[in-house]
Design a protein. Structure first.
Length: 285
């Protein structure tokens, strides 16, 4: 069974796959698009990765990830900004190698509190400053920086940006080359999320839509508590309709962090993710 034409398999869903294996799994499941992670690209080198993408005939829906620039001034922050500039260049190259309809979107995770810090406001200000510094580089490369708000339980160690409203505010202040990611797992709890999706759409800032489910009980490592759409507690209808009504027409990624999913054969996971998407998400747009 062919995958939905807007479905994209984010590489995180088959985390242990190389880029070549991820491409093979997507093609075997007739999935038209992949969300690429930088680590598998680095394993083979950017030149080889772009050739693999070009030869695959697949679209690139996004590149994960940049960000982690909530650090104070110093060598670590400078290194983080330079790494993000490299990520911008990688995103441009990978998107150019992908099939027609590929998106030059670099997903950004803001970063958590610096070691020993409790200054949440200061960390968010440094994220704002970093986006402002990187926006001209992204605009020059034709890349959209996509700020991904993460669930508040990750504010300390992963992302001080916790709501879609915060992400939109940062994008607007930074400039036109900055957008936002709408991720069901991170935002389903927010009572204001539908209004904020509409706001993001009216501003032309929705750069990516990612879907996976919230599964309980949460594992000891809460990062790995995601499941296939339909396996948990999220009602995908309202958010998916809101994203569609907001004008987003790009690929929709399934991005799952789950140890049991990662242990399964890559092809089986790709097919299962595609089927879950067609059954649970696709009817709503």
């Amino acid at each position: 069974m062919s995958a939905h034409p807007r479905f994209s398999l984010n590489q995180a869903t088959i985390k242990r796959a190389s880029l070549a294996e991820a491409i093979e799994a997507a093609r075997a499941a007739e999935i038209p698009s992949v969300g690429v992670w930088r680590e598998p690209v680095a394993e083979v080198g950017l030149d080889a990765a772009t050739r693999l993408i070009a030869d695959s005939g697949l679209r690139v829906s996004s590149v994960c990830r940049g960000g982690f620039f909530s650090l104070p001034e110093g060598p670590e922050r400078a290194a983080a900004l330079e790494d993000n500039r490299r990520a911008i260049d990688e995103t441009a190259a990978l998107a150019a190698a992908g099939a027609k309809g590929s998106a030059a979107v670099l997903v950004l995770v803001a970063g958590g509190l610096p070691r020993g810090s409790r200054d949440l406001g200061g960390a968010r200000e440094r994220v704002r400053d970093a986006l402002g510094a990187l926006e001209p580089d992204a605009a020059s490369a034709g890349v959209t920086l996509a700020v991904e708000p993460l669930h508040p339980m990750f504010a300390a160690d992963r992302a001080v940006v916790s709501t879609l409203a915060q992400a939109i505010d940062l994008a607007v202040e930074a400039g036109p080359a900055v957008g936002v990611v709408v991720d069901t797992y991170h935002l389903w709890w927010d009572p204001d999320v539908l209004a904020q999706i509409a706001r993001a759409g009216s501003l032309g800032r929705i750069a990516a839509y990612q879907v996976c489910d919230w599964v309980t009980p949460l594992p000891a490592d809460v990062l790995l508590g995601r499941g296939l759409p339909g396996a948990g507690h999220i009602d995908f209808g309202p958010m998916t309709r809101a994203v569609a009504d907001a004008g987003y027409s790009g690929d929709i990624e399934c991005e799952i962090f789950n140890a049991e999913v990662w242990a399964r054969p890559f092809g089986d996971v790709a097919a299962a993710a595609s089927a879950a998407f067609s059954r649970v998400v696709a009817p709503h747009f």
